[in-house]
Design a binder for this molecule. Structure first.
Ligand code: ADP
Ligand code: MG
Length: 220
């Protein structure tokens, strides 16, 4: 299968909360085939930026283009988000009363895609979830929830994967697994963006960016 490059471009993105400018005329073009790490101090706006890139917040100035198509900010973009974007939230946002399995498979309910059983089995094994697959998620530890959340983000094989501190609650072995699964998932047509505090995680990415004063700087 021939896979073509995809670009995801943020053009002149600004976001304020009240009088405070959090994102300030930010320009950056993400190119597929890369895992990007975004570092930045607590409160620098990393989650705010990911919510914009993840099409979860359309209340901002500027423009987002996937390839050369501009995303319409006037609508919710539910279908586009579900098809193109996998999101791992800092605070998981799993459905507490459902099992691990049903949480992971939830995005398929809104998708045209069918379950790829082999891929599903691979994900749960790789993320060490096979022992707890029938448990309700409200009893799980933070690290377990984080891994369920990653499996859910990947189940639809999205083109753009956005992870907010995906290893924040993991020991180093499980953190390595998360990185390795993302690396294996990466292909020429995929973009992975990871916000992290962990320099070890950042150094396993292809590009390291820093969010500072509302802008992304390439950290070479
Ligand atoms: N909904 C909101 N309303 C008002 N202020 C907010 C809101 N969300 C975030 N902020 C503020 O914006 C700043 C950036 O927050 P955030 O993006 O969560 O930072 P980070 O993820 O880098 O720690 C913080 O000062 C935070 O308090
Ligand atoms: Mg945050």
């Amino acid at each position: 299968m021939l896979m073509s490059n995809v670009t995801y471009e943020a053009k002149g993105i600004s976001k304020k909360f009240g009088q405070r400018t959090i994102i300030d005329n930010l320009n950056y073009k993400f190119i597929s085939g890369n895992i990007y790490a975004i570092l930045g101090e607590s409160g620098s706006g990393k989650t705010t930026l990911l919510n914009i890139l993840g099409l979860l917040d359309n209340n901002f100035k500027g423009e987002l283009n996937i390839d050369s198509e501009t995303i319409d900010k006037r609508c919710d973009n539910f279908a586009l988000r579900n098809e193109k974007i996998g999101f791992v939230f800092q605070s998981y946002y799993l459905i507490d009363y459902l099992s691990v399995e049903d949480n992971i498979k939830a995005p398929l309910a809104y998708s045209k895609r069918k379950l790829d059983s082999e891929y599903y089995n691979y994900l749960i094994k790789k993320l060490n979830l096979d022992q707890i697959i029938n448990e309700k998620v409200n009893y799980l530890s933070g690290g377990e929830k984080q891994r369920v959340s990653l499996a859910r983000a990947l189940i639809n094989k999205p083109q753009i994967i956005i992870c907010d501190e995906p290893t924040g609650n993991l020991d180093s072995r499980n953190a390595d697994q998360v990185l390795s699964i993302l690396r294996q998932f990466l292909s020429a047509d995929k973009i992975i963006i990871i916000v992290t505090h962990d320099k070890n995680v950042a150094h396993k990415c292809d590009r390291i960016l820093e969010l500072q004063e509302g802008k992304l700087h390439e950290n070479i």
